[in-house]
Design a binder for this molecule. Structure first.
Ligand code: G6P
Length: 612
């Protein structure tokens, strides 16, 4: 959701914070703002729009100061406008706050502060928090740190916070509960950020704060404590990606770069886990809990968005190869349904960011009920990664484009490795078949590379659909979740209404929509459903729908019926999702670019959804 950056050190804070916000802008981009303290004076600039709009606003005005905080917003309370943009300054100007998350009891707090004479400029919960801190600071004669802790003991909800106190301008405060916050540890300088991306170019030493921890940063060091005022000794981790990974690397958009990275990112996901010599899989992250996973009565995969679609692929994989009962649940539904969970169940949370509020809540609930909880996350040190009993990082590298691409293929790769390994351990897969599957999996990066070589043809196909208003995506078996993912990608970034369906369901409703204006993307690779999907294509053509078919290279039958075909290499049916999703990603990208949409920052969306 929102992105927070903070800096204290010997350098000018403003450019460091601006650069950091640009790195974090993928998290939220409806408004931006920065506060710095220069010579004891607080200077705040903020506006509706992007970081670029903020820069236009202050262009040519020199901004000094070596301590500051910044924010890029995804609105929760109050519409995106200049007043609601962060930072928020307390009524008497003592405190300035940037916030990611939601203070749930802000109405009660606001009413109590109003009784004491506090007035509010914005509609935000954050301004209420700034005033609460200030009220406690003044009324109780507390230090800034004590006032922050006292206020946080009174709030219910989630927060990642960056705070400065004008009277203690040599200190920068951070706090987290529910919303991520990390501290970059440099030489005589320190950084605060919602994730590692703004920190990586300054230092590789990072502290991921835990819930209800507060950090006080000075130019001399850091001090981490909890709300009960106990001093804590945090673990310093190392950022595991190079700064090049968070640049566009010559591509026009992050999304296109990330689509193209997939041959490498999928190989990275397998690295050290799939052994080409022995044709075996070993998953160190879950080695200790493997016996319990092998004996699981049921696997429940919980996730949101694209990660949910990866989870659906996982269901097909686990059921086919490990012969274990699987359910896939939207985390937001699962967490509130009081589901029946026993200690024989294994919950697998799938999440790129590792911060999705609903997924996090779902695993906490499942843990309380005694289930083994595993995580498949991309962001190292993220909340879900830390709150699970064990897990497997996807190692896809930072994903900046809001529409998830390489994270999806990495998640499916992890689920595939898990299913094959579990199948072997449960005796559901013969050694021979297991080795064959491992060999096929190792060929996937190359197959994705071959699909990418067809980019120009895919762009030509996309041209025909740039003016479409609706689209249907159809698939069966392993390709049904891919149809859902293709439709999600198109709607997310091109704003074309798109629906994914299991192909056989078309007759039960969507067929009514088909006419000569309706593009129907059909995933029709060689698999056990091939003949059936051919029939589905005929049903669409009989109603004059436009068919764009994703077929196995050399397919001659479908090319006679379809308006366009896009070929993918022949591969094992279970591995089709990893290959067949790639042309759909490219089509969404191309169509969105042709329609002039902001591909990397589509309207209303956020990369990391830290509120429910
Ligand atoms: C948001 C993002 C999606 C993502 C979903 C789940 O909606 O825009 O790309 O799939 O959240 O996020 P997660 O980080 O849990 O995978």
């Amino acid at each position: 959701m929102c992105g927070i950056v903070g800096y204290i050190g010997g350098r000018s804070a403003w450019p460091i914070i601006v650069k950091g916000l640009q790195r974090l802008e993928y998290r939220g981009y409806d408004s931006a703002g920065i506060a710095v303290i220069d010579d004891g004076a607080l200077r705040v600039n903020k506006c509706r729009g992007k970081v670029a709009d903020l820069l236009n606003l202050v262009r040519s005005q020199p901004i000094g100061g070596t301590i500051g905080i910044g924010h890029t917003r995804w609105a929760t309370h109050g519409e995106p406008n200049d007043v609601n943009a962060h930072p928020h300054v307390s009524m008497n100007g003592h405190f300035v706050v940037v916030h990611n998350g939601i203070i749930e009891n802000y109405r009660e707090i606001k009413a109590r502060l109003a009784e004491k004479g506090y007035t509010f400029k914005s509609q935000t919960d954050t301004e209420v928090l700034a005033n609460l801190i200030e009220c406690l600071y003044i009324e109780q004669g507390l230090t800034a740190e004590q006032a922050i802790k006292a206020a946080l003991r009174k709030v219910i909800g989630a927060y990642g916070l960056g705070i400065m106190c004008v009277d203690e301008s040599g200190l920068l405060f951070g706090a987290r509960k529910g919303s991520p916050l990390a501290v970059g540890v440099g030489e005589g300088e320190f950084f605060l950020a919602s994730d590692a991306t703004p920190i990586a170019e300054h230092t590789d030493k990072i502290i991921y704060l835990d819930d209800e921890q507060v950090v006080t940063l000075s130019r001399d060091g850091y001090y981490v404590s909890n709300l009960a005022d106990d001093h804590l000794d945090p673990v310093i981790s190392h950022i595991d990606f190079a700064v090049d990974n968070i640049d566009k690397g010559g591509y026009e958009h992050y999304m296109l770069k990330e689509i193209h990275e997939q041959p490498n990112s999928v190989a990275d996901t397998m690295r050290g886990r799939v052994n080409p010599q022995t044709r075996t899989i070993s998953l160190g992250g879950i080695a200790d809990v493997l016996p319990r996973l092998v004996k699981a009565r049921r696997i429940i995969i919980v996730a949101c968005g694209t990660s949910y679609h990866a989870g659906l692929v996982g269901e097909y994989l686990f059921e086919q190869f490990a012969r274990v009962n699987v359910e896939v649940e939207y985390a937001s539904e699962f967490r509130y349904r009081d589901p029946i969970i026993t200690p024989d169940d294994v919950i697998i949370a799938v999440s790129q960011s590792g911060e999705t509020a609903d997924t996090l809540a779902a695993i906490r609930m499942a843990k309380q009920k005694g289930a083994l909880v595993l995580g498949i996350c991309n962001v190292v040190g993220s909340s879900i990664a830390r709150d699970t009993d064990a897990g497997i990082y996807t190692h896809a590298g930072p994903e900046i484009g809001v529409a998830s691409t390489k994270a999806f293929t990495a998640q499916v790769t992890v689920l595939t490795m898990m299913a094959f390994l579990l199948g072997r351990k449960r005796g559901a897969l013969s050694q021979e078949r297991y080795e064959q599957l491992v060999e096929s999996l190792l060929r996937v990066p190359d197959m994705i590379g071959r699909v990418l070589q067809d980019e120009a043809h895919i762009r030509d196909v996309s041209k025909a659909y740039q003016l479409a208003q609706n689209a249907i995506y159809l698939g069966r078996g392993y390709l049904y979740p891919v149809a859902l993912e293709g439709a999600l990608k198109l709607k997310e970034i091109s704003y074309i209404h798109a629906e994914g369906y299991p192909a056989a369901e078309m007759k039960h409703g969507p067929i009514a929509l088909i006419d000569n204006c309706m593009p129907v993307f059909v995933l029709a690779a060689h698999d056990m459903y091939y003949d059936k999907i051919v029939n589905n294509i005929q049903e669409v053509k009989a109603r004059k729908g436009q068919v764009i078919a994703i077929v196995t290279r050399g397919d001659s039958e479908i090319s006679k019926m379809a308006d366009y075909v896009i070929e993918i290499p022949e591969c094992d049916e279970a591995l089709l999702p990893l290959v067949a999703v790639v042309p759909l990603q490219l089509i969404s990208y191309d169509v969105a670019v042709m329609r002039g949409c902001n591909v990397d920052q589509p309207r209303n969306l956020a990369k990391s959804v830290t509120v429910e």
